[in-house]
Design a protein around this ligand. Structure first.
Ligand code: ADP
Length: 388
């Protein structure tokens, strides 16, 4: 007795339920009712079967594509490489997609491309080798992801504008200082120049001070402009340990020159996160420079700063920067992430405010804690990248 696909035996009378004709009709109905596209190709990559969902997805009739090479449905680079893929599999048996599946781009009849999840299986039995491809259209899913991504960028931008209200007051205060200094130095310079025998050196010193203050005012405005620029967060999957190593190269030399070494304590096997490498480097650079600043006068400065990575919960990874400096003054504890909060003579007090905005745009959290052995711990948590 002949066997069906599921191993049952067929009745030999074609009119009876369970007959080969009936099973074939059922399979055909299943094939055409499937929501996903199903395509069968032979070992030369020629299309043998093309179901109704595939017709809808690709905008092509089965009668027009059966007999054509499957590459007519593909976009580059797979279109040119497909023949190589099949012959490599037939020769070596090494599967790169069969039983694995992947996301690729497919091409409709009108030439437009669309993202698909493709899984491929080999049809065993029969004298010719054939492959079956299941195709799921990812266009709607990708569009939703892009929408969510652009919404996130818009929200980050709005967040920054809210912060701008807070910043305006601080900015007025910050700019007032160099502007008053410029007025004072120009008046002093004028008085010196009007003397009978003006001391050129003192006048020139006034000019130098005026330049310095004007540059400081310009610097404040530049920082603000950078901050408000609507940078797109271009996220990609990345390893947080790589963010640390690449940032280390940027800050290590300066810190060592100050006699403050930077040590790393990186956890193994951390899952990937998703983010904008440059922006995350900017945050980590900020935290590390602050830690170095805090240790500059410390008797323990040769102990240095430690940058540590960890996975505090299955869904998040963490970077923390530990120092043994003077710690955060208690009166700043509540306002430390606000713009223009600084205890440094030449500080602008925007580093932590900008860092917090960046980390929030990454769905993460910037934190500040007291180091139990003295000093401070600043760091951030980021969500683990979507496994898909
Ligand atoms: P800036 O470095 O220009 O002052 P930030 O926003 O980066 O601006 O930092 C704000 C303030 O937070 C600093 O002036 C300092 O008082 C405090 N701070 C930041 N990091 C540390 C740290 N590691 N230890 C102690 N205080 C810190």
């Amino acid at each position: 007795m002949p066997k069906s696909i599921s191993g049952n035996t067929y009745a030999s009378d074609p009119t009876k339920p369970g007959s080969r004709a009936q099973v074939t009709a059922e399979l055909k109905a299943l094939f055409d009712a499937a929501v996903d596209g199903i395509i069968v190709i032979d070992e030369h990559g020629v299309i043998a079967e093309f179901n109704k969902a595939a017709e809808r997805l690709f905008g092509r009739q089965a009668s027009n594509v059966v007999g054509l090479p499957v590459t007519v449905l593909m976009a580059e680079p797979h279109r040119s490489m497909h023949e190589t893929y099949i012959s490599r599999y037939l020769e070596t048996g090494e599967a790169r997609i069969i039983g694995i599946g992947r996301e690729v781009s497919a091409q409709r009849a009108d030439g437009s491309l669309f993202p698909i999840a493709l899984s491929v299986g080999e049809i065993e039995g029969g004298k010719d080798r054939r492959f079956i491809g299941l195709i799921r259209d990812l266009s709607a899913q990708k569009a939703a992801e892009e929408e969510a991504h652009s919404l996130q960028n818009r929200l980050a931008h709005v967040g920054r504008f809210n912060l701008m209200g807070e910043m305006a007051a601080g900015l007025a205060h910050e700019l007032n200082q160099p502007l008053s200094a410029i007025v004072n130095y120009s008046q002093a310079g004028k008085r010196l120049a009007e003397k009978d025998e003006p001391n050129i050196e003192s006048v020139s010193e006034c000019y130098a001070k005026i330049t310095e203050q004007a540059l400081r005012a310009g610097h404040i405005i530049d920082k603000l402009r950078d901050f408000l620029r609507k940078d797109e967060v271009s996220k990609c999957e990345l390893s947080i340990n790589d963010v640390v190593s690449s940032t280390l190269k940027l800050v290590e030399a300066d810190a060592r020159a100050e006699g403050i070494p930077i040590h790393t304590d990186l956890a193994d096997d951390l899952p990937a996160t998703s983010g904008d490498l440059i922006q995350l480097q900017q945050v980590l650079m900020n935290l590390t420079r602050n830690a170095v600043d805090a240790m500059r006068e410390s008797p323990n400065k040769d102990e240095g700063v430690i940058i540590r990575t960890s996975q505090p919960a299955p869904s998040e990874v963490q970077v923390s920067v530990l120092d043994h400096g003077h710690g955060v003054p208690p009166q700043l504890a509540k306002s430390i992430f606000h713009p223009f909060v600084t205890t440094k003579r030449d500080g602008l007090g925007v580093g932590l405010a900008i860092s917090r905005t960046i980390i929030r745009a990454h769905d993460g959290e910037l934190f500040c804690r007291r180091n139990p052995i003295g000093g401070a711990i600043f760091g951030f948590n980021l969500p683990v990248a979507d496994e898909r």
